[in-house]
Write a protein that binds this ligand. Structure first.
Ligand SMILES: [Zn+2]
Length: 393
């Protein structure tokens, strides 16, 4: 058994923890605050609170408010230029995964020359080494979905080529992450469900990945258990604080899984879908391919992986004949999709055509081929197409 464990982010977790931003040692004197182009951070008063807490703590700030749900390279470059012009010495990502991921990528480009895609690996990225590090990042998450507050990863789309690629290194771990469930209470039900499933798949993929470690397994199974137990409640009653808190915890744990294990090719498949159909939410895309994806691996990877996940989700596998136990995970997954009112979710409703399956499979392998390396069973191009076709409705 061999593994390394490295997680250099200070994480503040719990109700009311945002207030700590006004008291604790900050990683700089002037922040670029990155938020989405939507109005929620302003309407809910979160932006004002963050600006005021920073000021109270002796830090100035500049706001960059253009980030889209599927964040794009243009805005990374624009945000980095604004950070440089204003001499910002740290970046605050406030919002969901798209804002925090953008903050990480902006932090890199604020300190390094050239174009963001010079550093991205995969697709048309040039995979050059990042020599100047990155500005420190503060992640303030208002959703329970990407786990980005506990991992170094950022996912950005290059619009011209529809390439949606993950990137990250030691410098893109947040220096500080604040996970305050009070900020998550107003996320609408559908988004709560999509984001919760994203966290779920980070944990489930990280659990079946070939690079899983004893550390990632602990966090993955706990995250899977918490999400199966609490996501349907958080979707049905967003004001349930216990459900929101447990989902926030599960999400942070799934981020730790991403730092200690990896997603598998399910994420590559989804990135191809939402890169070509930007209106498709990441979590929704994952749900659409998920049952076909995991079913495909039944019998191809160790049965105990599925059994342990099914058990964490509350399935009574002891009562089942041994050959039926792995399938219990698929049953539990379907039950959870149903409990979150997502049975009707299908690709055709988002304009995806069945003929696209082979293109999507090719895009997934070309742009995010790295994650296929972490599958315990190596998918061929044909098999990748098959999963898309089986998932298509
Ligand atoms: Zn994800």
């Amino acid at each position: 058994m061999k593994f390394t464990y490295f997680l250099p982010s200070r994480i503040l977790f719990g109700s009311g923890m945002l207030e700590e931003l006004g008291k604790m040692k900050l990683p700089g004197k002037k922040a670029l605050i990155v938020i989405s182009a939507g109005t929620s951070m302003k309407k809910l008063g979160y932006l004002d609170r963050v600006v005021n807490l920073l000021r109270q703590n002796g830090a100035e700030s500049v706001v960059f408010d253009k980030i889209q749900p599927n964040p794009v390279k243009t805005h990374v470059m624009e945000g980095a230029a604004i950070a440089k012009q204003n001499k910002c010495d740290f970046v605050v990502g406030l919002g969901g995964g798209s804002s925090i991921d953008s903050a990480k990528s902006i932090a890199v480009m604020a300190k390094n020359p050239g174009d963001y895609w010079d550093y991205v690996g995969g697709g048309s990225g040039k995979a050059q080494p990042v020599t100047n590090g990155a500005l420190p990042v503060v992640a303030i998450t208002t959703t329970a979905g990407t786990g980005t507050e506990a991992d170094p990863w950022t996912v950005i789309t290059k619009e011209e080529t529809n390439e949606k690629i993950g990137f990250g290194n030691e410098d893109t771990f947040p220096a500080l992450s604040i996970v305050d469930p009070d900020l998550m209470m107003s996320v609408p039900p559908t988004l709560t469900a999509y984001q919760g499933f994203d966290a779920f798949f980070h944990a489930a993929e990280g659990y079946i990945a070939s690079c899983a470690t004893p550390v990632s397994d602990l966090f993955a199974l706990k995250s899977i258990e918490l999400i199966a137990r609490w996501l349907p409640t958080a979707v049905k009653d967003g004001s349930n604080k216990e459900a929101r808190t447990n989902m926030a915890l599960a999400n942070t744990f799934s981020g730790i899984v991403e730092s200690t294990s990896s997603c598998t090719s399910e994420h590559s498949l989804e990135h191809a879908m939402s890169a070509n159909h930007p209106e498709l939410a990441h979590g929704a895309g994952l749900i659409m391919v998920s049952t076909a994806y995991f079913e495909f691996f039944l019998g191809k990877i160790p049965a105990e992986l599925f059994e342990n996940m099914a058990e964490a989700m509350g399935e009574d596998i002891e009562s089942m004949p041994p050959d039926k136990r792995p399938e219990a995970f698929i049953t539990a997954l379907k039950k959870m999709i149903s409990a979150c009112n997502l049975d009707e979710l299908k690709m055709s409703d988002f304009g995806i055509k069945k003929e696209e399956c082979s293109n999507l499979a090719r895009n997934a392998r070309e742009t995010m081929g790295g994650l296929f390396e972490f599958d315990r069973y190596k998918l061929s191009l044909e098999e990748t197409v098959t999963i898309f076709e089986r998932a298509y409705r």
